[in-house]
Design a binder for this molecule. Structure first.
Ligand code: KIV
Length: 271
């Protein structure tokens, strides 16, 4: 049982303590008020407004098209539904890579207009100065290493990353760098479990894994995937807790039948 379940508001400091106390951290995505309210009520420690909103909310093939204004809108909706969880928002592609000043401006907008408690950005050494600038402004930063979907056109595939020694070594050194720069946590996506274990043991800030095995300090999943809304997506790492796609299409087809048969609304449902 969680020693931190009584906490009224989760902070970056709570996550650090969870790692220290060996209590696993839970994170799920949400992009709207109603979902955020349910996810928060379910007791998740952190809610991520992932740029996966580009995929699951907008139907894009990659995360690249979503804009900062759109991410700010999703974040505002989520923040209104959350009482306890730490709200982390992704900075989308193109809003932090070009220079540190732009990165800081984007992060400030996300905090000021979106109301996020922290931001997440993808990359290591390449974006060192941007991370430094954002952290120095007092904004909590979560890193993201391994499979970083904003670089998908450079990778070419969504396969497991860092299987080769050189990429694995870079990942470990990026983890250490992100810790030195003051990041409060690092998402590790789709890397070998043994490497994620090594990475988690080599830093004192928490790692939050997705497709990175059981030894990360926490786990994150995309909400639509874990509740089974996203039928076509079934990677090995995904555990589905519901089959909402079938539940919802079943309910919709029942509603269609009821209306067509003049069974809905009945007398009790009418004024
Ligand atoms: O955008 C997202 O949902 C993410 C998670 C997969 C970690 O970055």
């Amino acid at each position: 049982m969680s020693v931190h379940s009584e906490i009224k508001k989760i902070t970056t400091e709570t996550l650090r303590k969870m790692k220290f106390d060996k209590e696993k951290i839970t994170m799920l995505t949400a992009y709207d008020f109603t979902t955020a309210k349910m996810v928060d009520a379910g007791g998740v420690d952190s809610i991520l407004i992932g740029d996966s909103a580009a995929n699951v909310m907008a139907g894009h093939e990659t995360t690249l098209p979503i804009t900062l204004d759109q991410m700010i809108y999703h974040t505002q909706c989520v923040v209104r539904g959350v009482e306890r969880a730490l709200v982390v928002a992704d900075l989308p592609f193109g809003t932090y890579q070009s220079n540190p000043e732009k990165a800081l401006d984007s992060a400030v907008r996300m905090m000021k207009e979106g109301g996020a408690h922290a931001i997440k950005i993808e990359g290591g050494k390449e974006i060192e100065e941007s991370i430094r600038k954002i952290v120095n402004a007092g904004i909590p930063v979560c890193g993201h290493l391994g499979l970083t979907p904003q670089s998908i056109y450079q990778f070419g595939t969504y396969k497991v990353r860092a299987k080769e020694d050189a990429e694995a070594e870079k990942l470990i050194s990026d983890c250490k760098l992100l810790e030195e720069l003051g990041c409060f946590a690092i998402v590790l996506e789709k890397i070998p479990a043994a490497l994620a274990k090594k990475a988690s043991e080599s830093i004192s800030i928490p790692t939050i894994g997705i497709g990175a095995g059981p030894d990360c300090d926490g786990q994150v999943l995309v909400y639509h995937d874990m509740v089974g809304m996203n039928q076509g997506f079934s990677p090995k790492f995904l555990r589905r807790y519901l089959d909402l796609y079938s539940e919802i299409t079943g309910a919709v087809s029942q509603y269609v039948k009821d209306v067509k048969n003049a069974d809905f609304p009945n007398d009790k449902e009418s004024y």
